[in-house]
Design a protein around this ligand. Sequence first.
Ligand code: FAD
Length: 355
Amino acid sequence: MRVCILGSGLSSLTLAKALVNQSIYVDLFSQKKIDSQDKSRTIGISKSNIEFFNNSIMNIDKISWKLKKIEIFSDNLREEKLINFENNENQLFSIIKNQKLFECLEKSLSTEKYFKKINLVKNFDFLENYNLVINTDSTSPITKKYFSRKILKKYNSFAYTTIIQHEKIDNDVAVQIFTKLGPIAFLPISKKETSVVYSVYNKKNENINSLIEKYNFKYKIQKIDKINSFELKSLSLRSYYHNHILAFGDLIHKIHPLAGQGFNMTIRDIKVLLEIIISKYSLGLKVDSSVNYEFEKKLKHKNFIFSNGIDFIHEFFNFERKMNTSLLSKSVQLLNKNSKINKLFTKIADRGTLI
Ligand SMILES: Cc1cc2nc3c(=O)[nH]c(=O)nc-3n(C[C@H](O)[C@H](O)[C@H](O)COP(=O)(O)OP(=O)(O)OC[C@H]3O[C@@H](n4cnc5c(N)ncnc54)[C@H](O)[C@@H]3O)c2cc1C
């Protein structure tokens, strides 16, 4: 059996590796020029997704930095934490540099006999040779042709990402502050490095370095690396597939980075897609467009609800920021003091669901 994947971002490489591990041939078509990742970007992966990654894709323990605690503050209520996610015996989340994950996946795939990387050509007639095509490439003509109907939201915000180099400390607690300009997250990646993601409302802001200094209350900063920025949007694709072509990764759901869940959603999607393919394959059934139908049926509504949940958190703090009140923060603080509710929040962040 041979599957075609379009695109060579994190989603496609991760899916390709998951498939070749099941002895399924993968032909991955990529555009030559953009085979790399932004060096300032990191991704937080939840505990259960790391376990799935290690068991079913590849072991990434060596490149991940484990976090035991996530503390959330608000500008309106600086003295006391809003929410505190904690797991003393085990990790809660792991932070990985996008570039490192990308390189590890590429290296591992390059030695696989089931894997072939092919330069994309302008004519897409070759897609007819495959029973199943998985498209992750947002810039592909196939995307414009079949996957343009979506629910799109522009946040009127920019995300700024960088890495700060600092003096050595025990660095296993992530901090997020809902500031008046938007949420800023400090995500440890080693004893001496912490990644920063600052999502700023309304306008392009030139003073990110000084804002990072303002909100940093933990690190003795030695250097702030180059700052990268890009516009923030969320989207949910209306139809996940067209005949034998399935859209995948950020192409089907893009969300605000405030909860660090975008790629986590894709890992959960890979788990489900893999289950569908393996069950058909082992029963000797055709792995074709019926996979796409089942995948959409199982996941579209769940992903839509989850994406809306993330958007709700964004709007909640945006409302508080606009109203200039600490009332909402205080109510979150109160809710979080209830240990059952705290466990509930932690479970959703880890598994994307309560089940
Ligand atoms: C600031 C920020 C922080 C984040 N933090 C987290 C986190 O902590 N945890 C988490 O789970 N998720 C996080 N995410 C989401 C995560 O980064 C994405 O879900 C993931 O990188 C998407 O990978 P992808 O392969 O689906 O898409 P892409 O990286 O967009 O790549 C898909 C394909 O599209 C094509 N493509 C894309 N852009 C171009 C272009 N400009 N030109 C040509 N071709 C292109 C390429 O072929 C590529 O192969 C974050 C996102 C942002 C913006």
